[in-house]
Design a protein around this ligand. Structure first.
Ligand SMILES: Nc1nc2c(c(=O)[nH]1)N[C@H]1C(S)=C(S)[C@@H](COP(=O)(O)O)O[C@H]1N2
Ligand SMILES: [Mo]
Length: 320
């Protein structure tokens, strides 16, 4: 996902992806045992697939989960978009570990009766955690299946008592320039901000997310908490939240500001509306192998039964 203002992405930021692909290939070969690496090399490859980090367990919520096979830990934690750390898919796993995660608090204010600032422990305890296996469809036409852990954002929003003026929710994410090489390069207008209409934010599918694969979120996936909106392109699912604001006006988000023709406010997954520079009709499932057939992208990323009613009467070509 690069904007038309292409000049601000130096070639050095594009190479890490090829480095990453090289490493993957190495790991695949190691796993096949086709290289004479010995036990250490094989153990390394196996370890890469084992979840690491503090345990965070939650019962599976089958009602809101897909039965598709989840991607492996390695794909989910090494093929990332987190532009604060660079534009390469391997940059977040290489650099996000330096982010300061403690203490962590989220301010919730704006059009609410009870503005509050909650620390991460308060937030995690606010409602029962559930595991939700969601498809994630990136605007770059790849996808994954990911077992997230969290609870519906609506639980938090109800706590603060939205006033009648609360028509939109704005998410602002962490800004730690000292440890974020992408921020120093000015790729986007930082901090990264995203937004939802209030009814989208209140929909049970919208997950306030604390973990993945039975562990606390790794830094590169948006530790210590993020939002996941599975029927929208991945960029709507803002990582490492520090501020949630309710307001009456629609926000101008970071991606809208960077390239308004390419990234709309709604960003609902829509195979019928191509990105100005590529088709959105199909997608590559990460980890399925380079020669695997591409999948047909589904309207609302396959969640149309759950969310299409939110957009009744709207022209989704106009409101892309
Ligand atoms: N703060 C922040 N959040 C972000 C991004 C980002 O660059 N910065 N990238 C988005 C994009 S484009 C995608 S596809 C998803 C990727 O989430 P994942 O790396 O956990 O799969 O995070 C989204 N959230
Ligand atoms: Mo994305």
């Amino acid at each position: 996902m690069r904007t038309t203002q292409g000049s601000f992405i130096p070639p050095s930021e594009i190479t890490p992806e090829s480095v990453w692909i090289g490493r993957r290939r190495w790991l695949q070969q190691a796993a096949l045992g086709s290289l004479a690496l010995g036990a250490a090399g094989l153990a390394r490859a196996a370890d890469d697939e084992s979840p690491v980090g503090p345990v965070l367990k939650a019962p599976l919520d089958a009602r809101w989960s897909t039965t598709e096979k989840p991607n492996g830990w390695r794909d989910i934690t090494t093929y990332n978009n987190f532009y604060e750390f660079g534009t390469g898919k391997g940059d977040p796993s290489a650099h996000a570990g330096r982010m300061a995660l403690q203490p962590w608090a989220v301010k919730i204010d704006g059009a609410v009766q009870h503005p509050m600032t909650l620390d991460i422990d308060d937030l995690r305890r606010l409602a029962p955690l559930e595991e939700r296996i969601y498809r994630l469809r990136c605007v770059e036409a790849w996808s994954m299946v990911i077992p997230w852990i969290g609870y519906s954002l609506s639980h938090l929003l109800k706590q603060v008592g939205p006033t009648p003026d609360a028509r939109y929710v704005v998410f602002t994410t962490a800004l730690q320039p000292d440890v974020m090489p992408g921020v120093r390069q000015g790729i986007l207008d930082w901090p990264y901000t995203e937004g939802l209409r209030m009814d989208e934010a209140m929909h049970p599918l919208t997950l306030l997310t604390f973990g993945v694969y039975g562990r606390e979120l790794p830094a590169q996936n948006g530790a210590p908490l993020r939002v996941i909106v599975p029927w929208k392109y991945g960029f709507k699912s803002a990582k490492s939240l520090v501020h949630i604001r309710l307001q009456s006006e629609p926000p101008v988000t970071s991606w809208m500001r960077a390239a308004p023709r390419e990234y709309g406010f709604y960003a609902n997954v829509n195979p019928a509306v191509p990105h100005p520079r590529w088709s959105q009709a199909t997608e590559q499932r990460i980890g399925s192998g380079f020669f695997a057939p591409r999948l047909q992208t589904r309207p609302f990323n396959g969640y149309a039964d759950e969310v299409a009613a939110l957009y009744a009467g709207m022209d989704l070509r106009q409101n892309f």
